[in-house]
Design a protein around this ligand. Structure first.
Ligand SMILES: [Zn+2]
Length: 233
């Protein structure tokens, strides 16, 4: 009974990790693209140029998120692979020491020494590298680094976020554009903030106010700079 109950929990935390990354990616997409659009609009640019800027911002942002994520997760994968290779070599050259080390880990988790030694022996007989990877290095199949997946997820989340203010810019008239894009983007941000807080089990309103504040600040500063440039240039 207990084992069956464990499995869904492990999958849930993995989903939460991905969901949180997606919410943060979308948040970046909304804030950076909405700020770009509002800034260029405040500089009295044509509707066409505003849309062009929004599209360029979406593509550039998605690419930079993807490349950043790919690079950082790849280096995590490199570290994991190096650790696994070292572990494999140690298992080949010093299996007695490795068995004792694993048993010690289980003693540290509360098993009495005799049982810990037995568990270590049986798990290593079944899958020596897997048991050391999981219990000594903390590397599991579910949490192992997947650079391409992470890069695609990050670019996708950013693009979905960026598409929201871009859609607002597309459907609004030049006269109302700044107001429509700002208000709609703040609403999207607050909804995302509530979602992120809910997913993480945190206070929804605190999360919403936090992203709303920073989103509003980013748009206000960019609009200010845009309007200065609009008059100067
Ligand atoms: Zn080991």
């Amino acid at each position: 009974m207990k084992i069956a109950k464990m499995l869904p929990e492990a999958h849930r935390s993995e989903h939460i990790r991905w969901l949180r990354a997606a919410v943060l990616g979308a948040n970046d997409g909304i804030v950076s693209t909405a700020s770009l659009i509002v800034g260029v609009a405040a500089a009295n640019s044509s509707h066409q140029n505003i849309l062009l800027t929004g599209i360029a911002g979406l593509v550039a942002g998605a690419m930079s998120m993807a490349s950043g994520e790919y690079v950082s997760v790849s280096s995590q994968a490199d570290t994991e692979n190096a650790d696994l290779a070292r572990e494999k070599a140690e298992l080949a050259t010093n299996v007695e020491f490795e068995r004792a080390e694993l048993a010690q880990i289980y003693v540290g988790r509360g098993l009495e020494p005799g049982l810990a030694a037995k568990v270590a022996e049986q798990l290593m007989a079944h899958d020596a590298l897997g048991s050391h990877a999981r219990d000594e290095l903390g590397i599991t199949e579910a949490l192992s680094a997947r650079p391409v997946q992470a890069a695609l997820a990050s670019a996708g989340a950013f693009s979905v976020g960026a598409a929201m203010p871009l859609m607002m810019a597309l459907i609004s008239s030049p006269k109302n554009l700044i107001a429509v894009v700002s208000v709609a983007s703040l609403v999207f941000l607050i909804l995302l903030g509530v979602l992120a807080a809910r997913v993480g089990g945190a206070n929804a309103w605190k999360g919403a106010v936090r992203v709303g504040f920073w989103g509003a600040l980013a748009m206000a500063i960019t609009a200010g700079i845009g309007s200065i440039f609009g008059t100067v240039v």
